[in-house]
Design a protein around this ligand. Sequence first.
Ligand SMILES: C[S@@+](CC[C@H](N)C(=O)[O-])C[C@H]1O[C@@H](n2cnc3c(N)ncnc32)[C@H](O)[C@@H]1O
Length: 335
Amino acid sequence: MLVIWVGWGQTELGEFIKRSFTYPNLSLVDDMMKKHTTFTETKENGINRQLIKKTPPIQKNFIDEYLSGDCQAVLSAIPNDTFDLIVTSPPYSDSRKNTYGGVHPDKYVSWFIPKAAEFFRVLKPTGTFILNIKEKAHNGERHPYILDLILSMRKQGWLWTEEYIWVKRNCYPGKWPNRFRDSWERCLQFNKSRKFNMYQDEVKVPVGEWAKTRLKNLSKTDKTRDESEVGSGFGKKISNWVGRDQVYPTNVLHFATECGNVGHSAAFPEALPTWFIKLFTKKGDLVLDPFAGSGTTALACIKLDRNYTMVDIMPEYKELAERRLANEQNKPKPD
Ligand SMILES: C[S@@+](CC[C@H](N)C(=O)[O-])C[C@H]1O[C@@H](n2cnc3c(N)ncnc32)[C@H](O)[C@@H]1O
C-alpha cells in the first residue's frame, strides 16, 4: 500500500478506493498502476523497485472527432466516465485478414480484454456497452471464444445485462455440408451498474396484426395480471394492450445488412447503431465507437443530434468516414 501512495496523489488513491467498492470484481490495481505509474528497477540487486509518476497526455479534442490509432492507446488519454454509450463491431476472429487483419480465436480474449478495461474506465456508470459480434466455425464446430469473452468481462466487473439478436433480413441463400447459412449476429449488452439510462419509449414499434385477433375476445386470465411461473417478477396483463397502436419491441432485431457501397468490407447497417443510440442515449449525449471503420455510428449520431468519438487503427477509414460525414452534413436540412 505504501508503494501505491508513493506513486499516486491522494485524489487518485481516493478514487481507487471508491471504485474498488463500486466495482469489486475489477482488477483496478493492475489497471491504475499501468496507467499512472512506471517501474524502474535498479540493476544492482534487482529488488529495489521505485515508482515514477507517469502523466499520460490528455486527449483534448475528442468530441465529434475521428481519431486514428489503436483504440486501447487512444482511449488511455481520455478521462474516466466520459461516454454515455459505446456501440461497436470489432474485427471478428480471423476474418477480414486481407483488409485489416484478424485475431486467432484462441487469442481473441487476451486481445480484447485490455481494450475492454479501457472501455469500462471511459464509460459512465449510467452508460451501456453494445458489442456486435459473432463467433465463427473453427475445425467443424463453433469456437467458444465469445462465451469465454463474456466470462472474462464479468470478472473484469461488467454486468452482462442482455443479449439482442440481430436477424439479417436480407440474408441470401447458401449451402454448407454441416450447417445452414448464418443469418444472425449477437449484440451483447454490458453495463457497469444495474441502474443505467434506458429510454424504452424511443424504440416502440407498431402493435402489429396479431392484436386484431388476439385482443378481440379476452379470457378471464387476460384481464388479470398473470405472474411469471418461474418467479422472475415479470408478469403480464394482456388487456393492458387493448387500444394501443405502439408497443415495446422484443430483443430480436430485424435489419437488412449493409448493401450500399460504403467502401468498407464489414460496415454494419446504420439502423443497428441508430436503434441502440435511441434506446440508451438522449440528445447531446456522447457515443463512442472504438472500431469505427467507415463511421456508420458517427453518421447515426449526427442524424440523431448526439455527439460522437470514433477510433480506428486504419487511417484510410478515417478519410472514408470523413467523406461520408461531410456528405451528410452538406445535405440540405428539412425546413
Ligand atoms: C467490423 S469493422 C467495423 C465496421 C464499422 N462498424 C462500419 O460500419 O464501418 C472493425 C474495424 O476495427 C478496426 N480495428 C481493428 N483493430 C483495431 C484496433 N486495435 N483499434 C481500433 N480499430 C481497430 C478495423 O480497421 C475495422 O475498420
